[in-house]
Design a binder for this molecule. Structure first.
Ligand SMILES: *[C@@H]1O[C@H](CO)[C@@H](O)[C@H](O)[C@H]1NC(C)=O
Ligand SMILES: *[C@@H]1O[C@H](CO)[C@@H](O)[C@H](O)[C@H]1NC(C)=O
Length: 392
């Protein structure tokens, strides 16, 4: 009798927490004890729900974070590998980090807030919000300890869309060691003065598609770092912020490899850089096969920049550099808020080669002529205003 009661109880709970349909099952965090009142720590409830989601013997499973609720979460890690071929995290409500720096409880010193790792087949969407509560961190002296808000590590086939992500203590989304990932229709916001609040950072990953999104933060909108290849970025509105960056690469002698990057139809408004490739002295490796197309700049301080002199400290041992080649710029138009439209500052030993510029038209904001400068850059150009002296 007691057993029967127990079985019934489980049955009722499954009914309560899930929507049955032939192949999908929904797990609602509220059924695992989450309060969603914005004050009570709901971390354990999320982890319990994740355990069932990850272990479910279904093909397609949903983790529901419902609308009109705010869930306070401490740093937590959603780990795979999981049973379902696809897990959908349906973020309809808000998840928020602790408001005060002192109450964050980190997992073994990893400075991440929400982490997904070792997962294949993850969809995150739902129109909800992720609030990193960064303000307290930006003001604290503890700069190096500021955490990343959302981290994807060792993931495959991830799709992230329709999320508003704001005020990370550090970078908003970091992607490392992932293959096949798409981010679209997201909105990332943090104040222009907030330090190191990159929108999306990518390293060690390939087959990445980021499109149709607004990124307005205090640092790079998107930064592409070492070990990354096959990245398409399109239809991005960036600003304020530091623009879209390849690098910085080659720090501390790093052997950096970045290739097949395609940035298309992006708009930069009031950013410090538009499209930038930056490397440190002393690094090795390459950044190559990079295309920037249909780029609009409005009041951007350095619309087009390659910067290989990233470190101002010159050392004898730092004779090497990351090799930059096959970089093309087509149809880049708009205005610069400084004198500079194009700056190609390449390393004296390694240089930049096969740089192509076509249909460039950038003036100063008052309509007067902006400048283009080059050091150690080689390649060709046509229809450029201003004329790029080293490319012909
Ligand atoms: C990037 O775009 C190219 C050309 O349009 C396409 O062939 C490739 O599959 C795309 N890759 C990704 C990862 O979106
Ligand atoms: C360029 O991006 C904007 C959004 O920023 C989009 O509305 C437009 O359709 C895109 N154009 C092309 C040709 O892809």
């Amino acid at each position: 009798m007691k057993n029967l009661f127990f079985v019934l109880l489980i049955f009722v709970r499954v009914i309560a927490s899930s929507t049955f349909c032939p192949s999908s099952l929904t797990f609602n965090v509220l059924s695992y004890g989450a309060t969603g009142n914005g004050h009570t720590d709901d971390t354990q409830a999320f982890l319990k729900a994740w355990k069932d989601v990850c272990g479910a013997t279904r093909n397609y499973v949903k983790l529901l974070i419902p609308d009109n609720k705010m869930f306070l979460l401490q740093p937590l890690s959603f780990k795979g590998p999981c049973n379902p071929a696809t897990i959908e995290v349906l973020l309809e409500g808000t998840v928020t980090a602790p408001e005060r720096v002192g109450v964050w409880k980190f997992l073994d010193n990893r400075r991440k807030w929400i982490q997904f790792s070792d997962i294949s087949g993850l969809v995150m969407k739902g129109g909800g919000q992720i609030d990193g509560q960064g303000a307290a961190w930006w003001n604290s002296n503890d700069v190096s300890n500021r955490p990343t808000a959302l981290h994807f590590h060792n993931c495959k086939d991830v799709r992230l869309s329709s999320i508003h992500h704001k005020n990370s203590p550090r970078n908003h989304i970091s992607i490392d060691t992932c293959n096949s990932l798409e981010i679209s229709h997201i909105h990332i916001t943090a104040p222009e003065e907030s330090p190191n609040t990159d929108g999306i950072d990518i390293s060690g990953s390939s087959n990445i598609f980021i499109h149709s999104s607004h990124i307005q933060t205090g640092d790079d909108c998107i930064a592409i770092n070492s070990g990354t290849s096959s990245v398409n970025i399109s239809d991005i509105f960036c600003g304020p912020g530091h623009g879209i960056s390849i690098g910085s690469l080659g720090r501390n002698g790093e052997d950096a490899r970045v290739e097949e990057i395609y940035v298309r139809n992006c708009t930069f408004v009031g950013t410090s850089n538009g499209v930038r490739v930056k490397t440190w002295r002393g690094g090795r490796g390459y950044a190559r096969k990079i295309r920037f197309e249909d780029i609009k700049v409005v009041g951007v301080k350095q619309p087009v920049i390659i910067d290989q002199e990233y470190s101002s400290v010159e050392m004898e041992s730092e004779r090497s550099a990351v090799k930059i080649s096959e970089v093309s710029y087509r149809n880049v138009k708009g205005t610069s808020s400084s004198d500079s439209a194009v700056e190609l500052s390449c390393d004296p030993n390694v240089g930049c080669s096969e740089i192509l510029m076509e249909d460039i038209s950038i003036t100063k904001e008052d309509g007067s002529v902006a400048t283009a400068s080059c050091t150690n850059a080689h390649g060709t150009s046509s229809h450029c205003n201003p004329i790029v002296p080293c490319l012909n």
